[in-house]
Design a protein around this ligand. Structure first.
Ligand code: CTP
Ligand code: CA
Length: 225
């Protein structure tokens, strides 16, 4: 079938997708963030809806239009994202963690704006670890047979690192994006390999984010049957 003309093979399924990047506040005006746009997560939401799924999209700091027919829940920080994912995952057939979750957050939040002082060096910013949402929902599945998908961007030893990360996280599928090497920052190359816990390896050639999304849903749908 041509892209966009899919069987509604996710009809009756509830899928949860996290998208975007978390922001960890330092004070009322500053945060620790990342460059994730949320486009891959939104593509996953659109394609799942097109394939008949009920979709909950948990959006972290994205500036994209809400996809039609999708429940959009907003989350700012990793801790808020965890709450939203756990809640939505309770009755989900599949959960896809496409969001870039900050590994660390500032240990302290200053209720007032942090001010500079003449002749004084800034205080160092202490960080603490954020919860690992993907590892947690994989270890403690809300439902038997729930399919869980993670994402990873790797530079060197992409497949070996991806394989190790898949095992560490305990999810069913890991979409490994190849970044770096000759590819300059900001380039559009988006090759991926989807690694499966059962040993499967599905290369996805360079192409639009919808095409990668459809491969992910093909692999999820095969595991839901
Ligand atoms: N993830 C998560 N919670 C975190 C960090 C990451 O749920 N606190 C999820 C991401 O959404 C992604 C996957 O885990 O689906 C892999 O993220 P990645 O940053 O590649 O993994 P890390 O274990 O944080 O490894 P690294 O040290 O390479 O950043
Ligand atoms: Ca990380």
């Amino acid at each position: 079938l041509a892209r966009g003309v899919r069987e509604p093979d996710l009809t009756g399924r509830h899928v949860v997708i996290s998208a975007g990047g978390t922001r960890e506040p330092l004070d009322p005006v500053r945060f620790l963030g990342n460059r994730s746009s949320g486009k891959q997560g939104y593509a996953l939401a659109r394609t799942a809806a097109a394939r008949g799924a009920r979709v909950t999209l948990i959006a972290a700091n994205t500036a994209l239009p809400d996809p039609a027919g999708v429940d959009v829940v907003r989350a700012g920080t990793a801790v808020q994202l965890r709450e939203a994912v756990l809640k939505a995952a309770a009755d989900a057939d599949a959960v896809v963690m496409a969001a870039a979750v900050a590994d660390f957050r500032p240990a302290a939040y200053a209720a007032g704006k942090i001010k500079k002082r003449d002749g004084q060096d800034p205080a160092p910013v202490a960080l603490v670890r954020n919860p690992d949402i993907l590892a947690e929902i994989s270890a403690d599945r809300a439902l038997p047979g729930q399919v869980i998908v993670g994402f990873a961007a790797e530079t060197d030893d992409v497949l070996a690192n991806g394989r190790a990360k898949l095992e560490r996280k305990g999810c069913d599928l890991l979409v490994v994006n190849e970044v770096g090497e000759r590819k300059t920052f900001g380039a559009e190359e988006n090759e991926a390999v989807v690694l499966a816990a059962d040993g499967g390896e599905t290369p996805v050639p360079h192409g639009p984010k919808e095409a990668l999304a459809d491969v992910v849903w093909d692999l999820v749908a095969a595991r839901l049957r």
